[in-house]
Design a protein around this ligand. Sequence first.
Ligand code: ADP
Ligand code: MG
Length: 257
Amino acid sequence: MSGRKEFILTLEGVNKAFEGFKAINELNFYMDAGELRVIIGPNGAGKSSMLDLITGRTRPDTGRIEFGKNTDLTRLNEYEINRLGIGRKFQTPSVYTDHTVFENVLLSLKGPRSVFSSLFHRTTAAQRSRIDEVLNTVGLAARADWKAGALSHGQKQWLEIGMLIAQDPKLLLVDEPAAGMTDEETHKTGQLLLSLEGKHSIVVIEHDMTFVRQLARKVTVLHQGTVLCEGTVDQVQNNERVIEVYLGRKHEPKRHL
Ligand code: ADP
Ligand code: MG
């Protein structure tokens, strides 16, 4: 046995082209179990495409994608990958707007239950206490009886994060959670993600640098489908290649970094 910590996620030599356009190009990415990793990069850098590949939404043309020590994700479908404990939050919230906040979390709890049986049979005490716990974590306990449609954009995002947590994923993939949020909501989202650290391994894609700084964890910069650099927030913000990518083009407006 080597003393090396096991990677929860390994991508090695991964390529993915769409009609000749290389969205992902020789991508290598390694993440330790328990990490909270932030991925940044300009629009079109391949960040969401990388999550598509991990979650089985698309298949790599070449390369290895492994979960833990020896689970080859490229051989599994989206459903199987989700069942392994990989949960993904897309950029836009997708909650059941006509159902309450409580019911939304109930519907996402693990277990062999149809939507019908979830909503029309009595919930067990264990389910209720798990749902309360999740709603407390995401700060929506006081909104449990609200229709999800009545929540603010930020609250819907937190509810959806709650629905993922309810499934107790080992790896949580969160794509631009702060998009469209107010500064205060963004800050709360940062606190929420930090509170989940240790319980889940987490990948957060984001380009709001105030938010990235709040998380203050290892940052991976993606550019043209490949890793441009990795390090602390300060290291990547002072990296010449990163500055070039974000600020280098003289006649374009300054990008968000
Ligand atoms: P990011 O999330 O970093 O902004 P994306 O991963 O969404 O970037 O996109 C990277 C590039 O790959 C873009 O040019 C996008 O148009 C292209 N792309 C991503 N997914 C697909 C797809 N399913 N079909 C065609 N092109 C795609
Ligand atoms: Mg994206």
